[in-house]
Design a protein around this ligand. Structure first.
Ligand code: HEM
Length: 368
């Protein structure tokens, strides 16, 4: 059989791709330059979302097994890195959309109604893959839930809805997979199923709380020197006391704080971040940094979208019927998935203030 050599246009499917910007008219010649740009930019986003979903699913899959090998953590970090870079490009792309002047957008905007970006199934898939829960979503407005918004106008299912439903069944979410991994992380060399697991955890938590109190007292002493008057003195003192109390609560293991399981995961987060200079913990540390970068990029995407929307349409009602910019700003504020990862930033310590490792030999750290 003779070998077939492809052309660029065959491999990339250029002709098929270029035939997709005709809009509802299915004919580009009938559309303004603005509308072709509007359609093309959305299509570019959907392609980036497709890649992101694929890449982050691979990352999630690497965490699926009962044990994650160190060599696989390098793959996770690489996958997260690509995800972050793609999301940052998504943030930049809004600049192209911003070349759309309000009066020109209004020329064709009404014909889109009630279509809207909130019917982007792939964005919903990404949120679900991250681990955003339905209870944490903000109501959209007239369309009801985000799931109803994906139904066809006659109420029947749609390819968009089917995608999202498949995603809902594709478990675990990235968040749950990471939480499992954190739960299994040995603390001071002791895993959760070993007989002295609780004792090792308690020891680390107590040592960390002591070190943290010392650091907060240190900062408080430096700040109180500058307090002018008794009122400011006691206000500052109370603020620093609250900092200590919030870490005690965070690591307290009460039901309100997610119980003992959450306590272990939170302690593991602090443990990895405190000792990430150790060879055994450097990949786990890089995974955690990659995750926070990813969620930060997602938040910036939401914020950037909202600013672009404000510039193009002001604060009018969205084509999908939501409160528009107000709704988008709320999602940027509250759609956080890796909340504990953000929370621990408040509790991290200077390197020199970290409590001593209880079991340095486990980490190949030998002194003397
Ligand atoms: C002139 C351009 C755009 C305007 C005026 C605009 C406006 C809006 C508005 C007002 C909403 C809130 C829902 C509604 O009531 O419709 C929304 C949602 C959304 N838009 Fe855009 N948008 C624009 C471009 C884009 C682009 C290029 C993307 C890229 C994919 C995008 C993605 C989304 C997504 C994913 C949502 C859902 C957000 C959520 O529910 O959290 N939008 N858009």
């Amino acid at each position: 059989m003779s070998q077939r050599y492809p052309n660029y246009w065959e491999y990339i499917r250029v002709e098929e791709l270029l035939a997709l910007q005709g809009g509802l008219e299915e004919d580009e010649a009938q559309l303004s330059d603005d509308e072709v740009m509007f359609i093309t930019v959305h299509q570019v986003y959907e392609l980036w979302f497709k890649l992101l979903l694929r890449q982050l699913t691979t990352v999630r899959n690497l965490f699926r097994g009962p044990r994650v090998e160190e060599t696989e953590l390098a793959g996770v970090v690489q996958g997260l890195r690509r995800g972050v870079v793609i999301l940052r490009r998504c943030v930049d792309h809004f600049e192209v959309m911003e070349t759309l002047r309000t009066r020109y957008y209004l020329e064709f905007r009404d014909k889109l109604t009630p279509a809207s970006g909130f019917q982007s199934a792939q964005m919903r898939q990404l949120e679900i893959l991250f681990g955003l829960e339905d209870k944490d979503r903000i109501p959209l407005g007239v369309e009801g839930s985000y799931v109803t918004a994906l139904r066809s106008h006659d109420g029947r299912s749609s390819p968009a809805l089917a995608r999202v439903q498949r995603q809902q069944e594709d478990l675990p979410t990235l968040r749950h997979a990471i939480e499992e991994w954190l739960w299994r992380t040995p603390i001071d060399g002791v895993g959760p199923d070993e007989p002295n697991a609780d004792a090792a955890l308690d020891r680390f938590v107590a040592a960390y709380l002591r070190a943290h109190e010392g650091e907060v007292d240190h900062s408080a002493a430096a700040a109180l020197v500058h307090a002018t008057g008794a009122d400011e003195h006691s206000r500052l003192l109370a603020r620093y006391e609250r900092e200590k109390e919030s870490l005690r609560q965070f690591l307290g293991g009460s039901e309100a704080e997610g119980g003992p399981r959450q306590r272990r995961m939170r302690a593991a987060l602090l443990f990895i971040l405190t000792y990430q200079d150790l060879a055994l913990l450097s990949w786990p540390g890089a995974v955690l940094e990659g995750l926070i970068e990813l969620e930060q990029a997602m938040t910036l995407f939401r914020q950037r979208h909202a600013r672009m929307v404000e510039r193009v349409i002001g604060r009018r009602t969205g084509t999908g019927g939501s409160a528009g910019v107000d709704y988008l700003d709320q999602t940027a504020l509250s759609y956080r998935v890796f909340r504990d990862l953000w929370a621990v930033r408040t509790f991290q310590l200077r390197r020199s203030a970290a409590p001593a490792l209880a079991n340095p030999a486990y980490y190949g750290f030998v002194t003397g």
